[in-house]
Write a protein that binds this ligand. Structure first.
Ligand SMILES: C[S@@+](CC[C@H](N)C(=O)[O-])C[C@H]1O[C@@H](n2cnc3c(N)ncnc32)[C@H](O)[C@@H]1O
Length: 405
């Protein structure tokens, strides 16, 4: 045990950071300026992890977390802060990473705040183990049973209150919802025969579909969502941004940054939402996505929104870019967490589109990719979108302009 340890700052995962004998210690649930007694729970040559045994001095910024599972589930690492302090955490984190990676950028980094920082998520994945529903405790396979999740839409919480009607002992469940409070359930389990009380579920929630081990056993395997005046069909296995309030802000940023009559390439396009926004100004948009259902959704979404200038391509971005003949003024990239692969970066550096709009949900892979792209590009705008409020994650919206553009 170590006594009277002063927390110096927060690390990028929202843990308190302190030093003991020049070794860095990461301490969960400890805020800057707090003085705590700690117990080391993991130690390596370079760092240690610890838990608090006793608080001697609390930060004036600490609030009592509204979530009863805060210290166990680990999902919302910042729920001991007021919302404004979580925003400062995110802009400081990005500023520190920009400096650490020697990225030339002097401007302020604004954060577009979430108008609904609680109950915002339209999708939640949970475990059912021995008939109980919840999350795995961080870095373990120990279930934390939950009655509600404070960042999930209230409709999802209504389902959680009634999950027992599924009659499932063990499995994974993803709950998706929309602004109409409809629920689509996606269940994966080794239990082949199901005994779901669909009639009772329908009496409790607006159930629109159940996909059970990839088979639609009730209703539809898709749902619709309307954002910023646009309508989207979304299949059970298609990606859609998890925060509808911030997605609307993302749409505005896309629209502001597309030049009239330009030719746009939208890589990692999902159900075509950003392509549809871009198509309101561009002459032509070309969209690339690897999930077949998402491309099929995209084709329908273009029709639903009366867009005739979007071309959809199904496949792996790294294969497709090498076969593109057209030149693009603007390329939108919105990759999964692992960021861009070398082929895609080489394609961008070789074909030199005037503008790259890089949307990223992983700030570390974004920094890695920026360092390479900055050989040919200037970073001209960096905004944070608070897509994942109260977690340490953030969405970055970055504009790169070609140096000779
Ligand atoms: C972060 S999502 C962005 C989707 C879309 N831009 C949006 O805003 O809804 C990333 C998308 O990339 C797709 N994807 C992942 N790896 C891919 C690859 N190698 N080639 C093409 N698409 C890929 C995923 O299926 C997902 O739809």
């Amino acid at each position: 045990m170590y006594q009277n340890i002063l927390i110096e700052k927060l690390d990028h995962f929202g843990r308190g950071l302190a030093h003991i004998n020049n070794k860095v210690i990461f301490i969960k649930n400890a805020l800057p300026e707090e003085i705590v007694d700690i117990k080391i729970i993991k130690e390596t040559k370079k760092y240690a992890e610890a838990q608090v045994l006793k608080y001697h001095q609390l930060s004036s910024k600490r609030i009592k977390s509204p979530c009863p599972y805060f210290n166990q589930c680990g999902g919302c690492a910042l729920m001991y802060y007021n919302y404004d302090d979580t925003i400062n955490f995110k802009s400081t984190k990005v500023k520190e990473l920009i400096a650490k990676n020697s990225i030339p950028y002097e401007k302020n980094i604004p954060v577009i705040q979430n108008p609904e920082p609680l109950y915002y998520r339209n999708k939640l994945s949970l475990k059912i183990i021995s008939g109980k529903i919840g999350f795995y405790e961080e870095k373990s396979h120990h279930l934390i049973p939950i009655k509600e999740c404070l960042i999930a839409d209230k409709t999802i919480n209504e389902f959680i209150q009634n999950y027992q009607l599924l009659n499932i002992k063990n499995g994974d469940i993803t709950i998706r919802t929309n602004k109409n409070h409809e629920i689509l359930l996606v269940i994966n389990t080794k239990e082949e025969n199901y005994n779901i009380d669909i009639a009772q579920l329908k009496a409790k929630i607006k159930l629109i579909g159940i996909v059970y081990n990839d088979k639609t056993i009730y209703g539809n395997n898709f749902y619709y969502e309307r954002i910023g005046g646009f309508l989207f069909k979304i299949s059970y296995n298609s990606f859609f941004q998890v925060n509808p309030y911030i997605t609307e802000e993302l749409f505005k940023l896309i629209k502001e940054n597309i030049t009239e009559e330009s030719t746009v390439l939208d890589l990692y396009s999902g159900v075509g939402s950003l392509s549809i926004i871009a198509s309101t100004k561009a002459q032509n948009v070309y969209s690339v996505e690897i999930i077949k259902n998402a491309i099929l959704n995209g084709l329908i979404n273009a029709k639903l929104n009366k867009k005739t200038n979007i071309n959809f391509m199904l496949g792996d971005v790294s294969n497709i870019v090498n076969n593109l003949i057209l030149k693009f003024d603007t390329v939108i990239v919105d990759p999964p967490r692992k960021g861009l692969d070398n082929t895609t970066i080489d394609y961008l550096l070789k074909t030199k589109p005037e503008k790259i709009i890089y949307i990223s949900c992983d700030v570390n892979t974004l920094m890695r990719d920026l360092k390479t792209l900055l050989k040919e590009y200037n970073l001209t705008d960096y905004k944070i979108l608070d897509m994942f409020s109260y977690t340490y994650h953030l969405e970055s919206f970055v504009i790169l302009n070609h140096k000779k553009g």
